[in-house]
Write a protein that binds this ligand. Structure first.
Ligand SMILES: Nc1ncnc2c1ncn2[C@@H]1O[C@H](COP(=O)(O)OP(=O)(O)O)[C@@H](O)[C@H]1O
Ligand SMILES: [Mg+2]
Length: 248
């Protein structure tokens, strides 16, 4: 579903992506791990066309991500942003149905509200949350709203950027399980970026480790513990000693 080859991106003298190759199969859940600042978000933004690569090719369902109709292209994606990133001034239901109220995916207002309430229910929130404002909700509830928004338009591809950052371990577990369930039941292709190993084990079919601007290792999550790669080992065990320098 997503095929990335030779992807390069620098910001001035900062070479972030130095030839990334990554394949995500249709209906598969790929989790990209890597330290802070290794370019995980930049990678995701390149696929969405929010950052223009210097070189390389990105195909989504066989179509060049940079060519053609942007609206139609983006309509296939759902996105859970790091930190939920809700619109403070809009009630919850309008956050969830944000894309259903405008643009290529526009629906009648009453229908958009109904869909919002259905998606809120899917992530474990009752209909009375619909008319509240993001500022009135706990961090975990905000994350659920962000998740409801990501799935509002029944996307074929969903991106999750650090879905558990800022949540306590129990809420992280709840969100991880919810992501896994929803991706499976929707049959969606998922690309998650995280440095949370609990998320990796809960969400991933396949794992790719980004380090030094390239994919260091990729394989099924079941093979991650026996990858034989010192970088992967250091990362998954959170060791201070190893090939990955702590000073970055
Ligand atoms: N728009 C930008 N302009 C300049 N530098 C950027 C920009 N976006 C990201 N970077 C740099 O790219 C590197 C990777 O960032 P990012 O992808 O956000 O890391 P992470 O793996 O933590 O998500 C960092 O050094 C960051 O400062
Ligand atoms: Mg990031």
């Amino acid at each position: 579903m997503i095929s990335i080859s030779g992807l390069q991106k620098s910001f001035g003298s900062n070479r972030v992506l130095a030839g990334v190759d990554l394949e995500v199969g249709r209906g598969r859940s790929m989790v990209v791990i890597g330290g802070s600042g290794t370019g995980k978000s930049v990678l995701l933004k390149c696929v969405l066309g929010l950052v223009t690569p210097d070189a390389g090719r990105i195909l989504v369902d066989g179509v060049d991500a940079t060519a053609g109709d942007r609206d139609a292209f983006l309509a296939r994606f759902g996105m859970l942003f790091q930190g939920a990133a809700l619109f403070d001034s809009l009630p919850v239901w309008q956050n969830v149905s944000f894309r259903l109220l405008r643009g290529a995916l526009k629906r009648p207002r009453a229908e958009a509200r109904e869909i919002a309430i259905e998606k809120l229910r899917r992530v474990g929130l009752s209909p009375d949350v619909a008319d509240r404002f993001p500022g009135e909700l706990s961090g975990g509830m905000q994350k659920r709203v962000g998740l409801a928004r990501a799935i509002a338009a029944d996307p074929q591809i969903i991106f999750f950027d650090e879905p558990t950052t800022g949540l306590d371990p129990i809420m992280s577990g709840v969100i991880n399980d919810l992501i896994r369930e929803i991706v499976t039941e929707m049959g969606a292709t998922a690309l998650t970026i995280t440095h949370d190993m609990t998320s990796v084990r809960a969400i991933a079919d396949e794992v790719a480790m980004l380090h030094g601007g390239t994919v260091r290792w990729t394989g099924p999550v079941a093979q991650m513990d026996a990858s034989g790669d010192a970088h992967v080992d250091q990362f998954i065990h959170g060791r201070a000693e190893g090939p990955i320098a702590a000073l970055r």
